[in-house]
Design a protein around this ligand. Sequence first.
Ligand code: OFO
Length: 165
Amino acid sequence: MKTKIQDLLNDQIKYEASASMQYLAMASWADNKGFSGVADFFYAQSEEEKAHMTKLVKFVNERGGEVTIPQLDKPLDRFENLNALFEHFLKSEMFVTEQINKVIFECLQLKDYNVHNFMQWYVTEQLEEESTARTLLDKLNIIGSDKTGHYLFDRDINTIATATE
Ligand code: OFO
């Protein structure tokens, strides 16, 4: 594996790990505020990102590359309200998509079609996750600061999220 590609995949491992920790912090915030539906959503999201990270670790090792397990920055763990929480979620997913596109671009430049092929799974995954984040944020923007709306959003979050997949 070319060093440049290996470095980008190691960066990607860090981004997936950071997203996992970020979503764990968001789940914990929601749990603490009594939004149990939102908490469960982010606990599950955190596990998913961990799986994305592990898939990359295994792939780099299978390809005879060298994995660097990253040191992570502290995730954001205080949010003004549900809207701020989901704005951060969308921002985080958009960032990851951008990074995945960078890997894809470099794979094409360096003609690494094997890694390019492997990364297609992440492209599809990101499309879904970004669209879920957008839909949930749209709903919250409609709800505004209405407490009953937040209660119903928390109760129905999984139904809303599943409908976007
Ligand atoms: Fe949604 O971040 Fe993984 O790929």
